[in-house]
Design a protein around this ligand. Structure first.
Ligand code: HEC
Length: 180
C-alpha cells in the first residue's frame, strides 16, 4: 500500500557516515516549519519515484543502471530529478520544527493507518531523531546528485538502492511504529 515500498528492498551496504555533504546553497528556501505530509507527498516522493521508474527503464539484468542504455536525455533527466530530490531533502533536514501536516493544507485527511496526532506526538518528543534521519538521507541525496553529475552509473545504482532503506527507517519510527 505504501507506494514507496513497491520496490524490492535493497540491501544497504553504505555507511551513512560517508557524507560530509555540501553546504546548502538554497539556505534561503529552507522553511522554519516543515510540514511532513506535504513534504512527502509533494516534494520527496515525486523525484525519487521518477528515479525509481527510470531505473526500471534503463536497468541491466541485475537491476543496475546500465550506462549502455543511458542517453544524454536520460542522464539529464536523472540529474534534474536528483537535484530536485536533494533540494527537497535539504529542506527537511534543515527545518527547525516538524509538523505532521499543514493544518491549512489539503492533506489533513490522512489515509487509513496514518495517525497524524500520533505522528505529531513522536515529532514533538524526538525532533532530533527526525532531523538526524532526514540529515542522513540528505547526505545520500547529495552524493546521488554528484554521482549523476559524474554520470557514474554504478555509483548511481548503489546510492539509489541505498535510499529506500533510509525512507523505511524513518517511517518505521515516525509513521507506523505500531505496525512494526
Ligand atoms: C526523516 C523521516 C522520513 C524520511 C527520511 C522519509 N519519510 Fe516519508 N514519511 C515520514 C512520515 C513521518 C510520514 C507520515 C506522515 C504522513 O505522510 O502523513 C511519511 C509518509 C510518507 C508517504 C505517505 C504520504 C501519504 O500519502 O500518506 C510517502 C509516499 C513517503 N513518506 C515517501 C518517502 C520516501 C520515498 C522517502 C525516501 C526517499 C521518505 N518518505 C523518507 C517521514 C520520513
Amino acid at each position: 500500500m505504501q507506494i514507496w515500498s513497491r520496490r524490492a528492498t535493497a540491501i544497504s551496504g553504505l555507511a551513512l557516515a560517508l557524507a560530509a555533504c555540501a553546504t546548502v546553497d538554497q539556505a534561503s528556501t529552507i522553511p522554519d516549519t516543515y510540514f511532513v505530509r506535504e513534504g512527502m507527498v509533494d516534494q520527496i516522493n515525486p523525484p525519487i519515484t521518477a528515479i525509481w521508474d527510470m531505473q526500471v527503464e534503463v536497468m541491466d539484468d541485475e537491476g543496475n543502471f546500465d550506462p549502455a542504455l543511458m542517453t544524454a536525455d536520460t542522464w539529464a533527466a536523472l540529474k534534474s530529478h536528483a537535484a530536485n530530490l536533494d533540494i527537497q531533502a535539504a529542506k527537511m533536514a534543515g527545518a527547525e520544527r516538524f509538523v505532521a501536516a499543514d493544518p491549512n493544507g489539503e492533506l489533513t485527511e490522512a489515509p487509513e493507518g496514518t495517525d497524524l496526532a500520533a505522528i505529531q506526538q513522536r515529532l514533538d518528543t524526538s525532533p532530533q531523531a527526525f532531523r538526524a534521519m532526514a540529515t542522513a538521507m540528505r547526505a545520500q541525496t547529495a552524493q546521488l546528485l554528484l554521482a549523476a553529475q559524474a554520470q557514474d552509473a554504478a555509483r548511481v545504482t548503489q546510492l539509489v538502492n541505498d535510499l529506500q532503506p533510509s525512507c523505511k527507517s524513518c517511517h518505521d519510527v515516525f509513521w507506523y511504529p505500531e505496525q512494526g
